[in-house]
Design a protein around this ligand. Structure first.
Ligand code: FUL
Length: 634
């Protein structure tokens, strides 16, 4: 009875403390993110870890016939890797439990092609488990990548593979604790080992073949909080559109009636997603990583940044140096918000209620927000700082739980008594892409945007105007930040001692489209050797015999993939008549990531170098934007 009475009083208390005419929050607008999508967006950036058989074969895509005995890291310590990520400020990591080569790095029951056959830990190892436990211990989110394309499985492309694949999903989602995100990559190359068939397999529509509708339903049952990447658009997150890390801006998180977030993805090393010998000198600089960050997180997406362990199982020191230098730059950028606690006024406040006041913009709470009345879509807010400050980055956040409303905005600063526009409002139809993250316009906001001004500005008054919105805007934060100069970041270790790039001076060329071969050796990626024919080849006469041990191939860089060479063979000769084959293979993942491919072979003396292009993307053709030929370092 007493209990009942207290409950009633509690209820009455709640009624009494509510103002007589409570001002209602605006109605949600457009597609809304799920709670999981909001939590995920708050994670901002996390690591990708590509580690498997490709680590040992210098490939980006394994064919599926690689022996599991190759996998044998001598010094793999998941905890060290997790600690490195965490100290850089990342919020989690996603590990490639299985890549396209089909090798499972956990002791799965679904296929024999797994880590039980590896010498590592005498066949008792489980990389997924070690990462999952290390993440748990360090309170770090753990996720997994499970390639749908499986170039090892004999049943791939048929019904039989689906049982295998569904079983793998179930194992990963039931044996390793919470998985914050699972990646279903879209790549389907067609050909593969497939249990020895070595043929092309066409699966038709991925959505139909994998039955993603069923996959997504099952995952929701197994782990309702798990974010699903890809799955033919049925998941929660989709690809940012480039493997360089940036996304296009403006960014609208909508696909029809559904909220669909974007994730920018890129490796920290120019060489690719997996570790490659000699990659030390190819790491992306901290300044470049800042551009990647502003081009993804700064445009309203999340960022997944890949660091690949090497053959001993440790992260590459050059990658780590750059990551930690970037992490410090980012920490410094975000450490001081000059607008925090500044006083704020607005042209209009919803129902004049303090709940929706402009001061919510500067209170450091990303849930509270400033909002005008319904029907007002172009309001203005002004903040006044106690003294002038210098800033060059403006961060804005929308209360996305009520939908994404803003289409364009403008930011001005009062300088010498005049309002100066520091972020110009975006116009419909304009698109910002690539890394031109400086001096950009104000389009969408969403979870957050970071706009880097073309130059720093000093002021004590800043004005925000929403210039276009689908419904009354709900802005939760306005921050003023200052980009730390690059020199304040730690110096980066630059690469290992590489091979020598031979000068092409005096070389002559023959073979197909012989007159164009020089364009592959002219140091200009915009010009290329190109012919509408596969297979085809060219010959380089270096005029003297010398020791050679590798080559680099840069695919066409003009944004087109037609006729991009994806399979090669290299032969050497001393007399131009007798040839020996020294290297042969596939350049994987060029469609999404057309970066320089470096192939080494055992050093051998030769005067002639013959390059065969044996397969190409999207129909016939052969092309090379740039090629380098290497000699061993002295
Ligand atoms: C791509 C894959 O083909 C690459 O190898 C890599 O895993 C990347 C993250 O996704 O589609």
């Amino acid at each position: 009875m007493l209990h009942k009475l207290m409950l009633t009083m509690g209820c009455l208390g709640a009624v009494w403390s509510t103002p007589l005419q409570a001002v209602e929050a605006p109605e949600p607008y457009g597609p809304l993110p799920t709670r999981q999508q909001v939590d995920w967006l708050r994670m901002e950036w996390y690591a990708f870890v590509h580690f498997g058989l490709n680590t040992y074969t210098n490939r980006e895509w394994g064919y599926g016939d690689e022996s599991p005995t190759l996998f044998n890291p001598s010094d793999f310590e998941a905890e060290e890797i997790v600690k490195t990520f965490k100290s850089a400020g990342m919020s989690g990591m996603i590990y490639t439990a299985k890549h396209h080569d089909g090798f499972c790095t956990w002791p799965t029951k679904s296929t024999k092609h797994n880590i039980r056959l590896s010498p590592w830990k005498k066949g008792k190892g489980d990389v997924v488990k070690e990462f999952a436990l290390a993440c748990k211990k360090h309170d770090f989110a753990f996720g997994t990548y499970l390639s749908p394309w499986d170039r090892n499985c004999a049943e791939y492309g048929r019904k039989g593979y689906l049982d295998v694949y569904y079983r793998q999903i179930k194992e990963l989602l039931t044996k390793y604790g919470p998985i914050f995100e699972i990646w279903f990559d879209g790549a389907m190359g067609g050909d593969g080992y497939y249990g020895g068939a070595r043929e092309n397999r066409n699966i038709g529509k991925a959505d139909t073949y994998y039955n993603y509708e069923k996959v997504v339903k099952n995952i929701r049952k197994l782990q309702p909080d798990c974010i699903i990447w890809g799955a033919a658009g049925r998941g929660d997150v989709t690809w940012g559109g480039s493997e360089k890390g940036f996304v296009k801006y403006p960014l609208r998180n909508a696909q029809g009636n559904k909220w669909l977030s974007l994730e920018g993805d890129t490796p920290i090393n120019h060489r690719g997603w997996f570790w490659h010998p000699g990659q030390g000198g190819h790491v992306k600089s901290p300044e470049h990583l800042m551009e990647v960050y502003l081009g993804s997180v700064g445009r309203g997406a999340n960022l997944i940044l890949n660091l690949a362990p090497n053959r001993s199982g440790q992260l590459d020191p050059a990658d780590v140096a750059s990551l930690s230098a970037f992490g410090k730059m980012r920490d410094r950028l975000l450490a001081k918000d000059y607008a925090l606690n500044a006083s704020a006024t607005a042209s209009e406040v919803r129902g004049n209620s303090s709940k929706f006041a402009a001061s919510n913009l500067t209170d450091g709470d990303i849930e509270s927000y400033w909002c005008p009345n319904d029907g007002t879509t172009t309001p203005t807010a002004e903040i006044t700082l106690p003294q002038p400050v210098t800033f060059d980055v403006v961060r804005l956040r929308e209360q996305i739980r009520l939908g994404q409303r803003v289409e364009a905005f403008k930011v001005e600063a009062l300088v010498d008594g005049e309002w100066v526009t520091v972020v110009a409002p975006g116009n419909p139809g304009e698109v910002e892409t690539g890394f031109n993250v400086r001096g950009g316009k104000g389009h969408t906001i969403g979870n957050q945007v970071l706009r880097w001004l073309s130059e720093p500005v000093t002021t004590d008054r800043v004005r925000l105007t929403i210039t276009r919105a689908g419904a009354c805007p709900c802005i939760s934060e306005l921050s003023l930040l200052l980009m730390p100069s690059a020199t304040e970041a730690e110096p980066v270790v630059t690469g290992e001692k590489g091979d020598v790039v031979l000068s092409s001076k005096g070389w002559t060329y023959s073979g197909f489209a012989a007159e164009k071969v020089a364009l592959a050796f002219d140091g200009n990626p915009a010009t290329m050797w190109q012919i509408d024919r596969t297979p085809s080849h060219f010959v380089v006469d270096m005029k003297k015999e010398q020791s050679l041990n590798g080559f680099a191939y840069l695919p066409r860089q003009d944004g087109k993939t037609q006729g991009m060479t994806t399979r090669y063979r290299v032969e050497l000769s001393s007399d131009g008549k007798n040839w020996r084959n020294v290297a042969e293979g596939e350049f994987g993942n060029l469609r999404a990531n057309p970066v320089e491919q470096i192939i080494s072979f055992p050093a051998a003396k030769a005067r002639y170098f013959r390059f065969f292009s044996t397969a190409a993307l999207d129909g016939t053709g052969s092309s090379v934007a740039e090629m380098k030929i290497f000699a061993p370092a002295e």
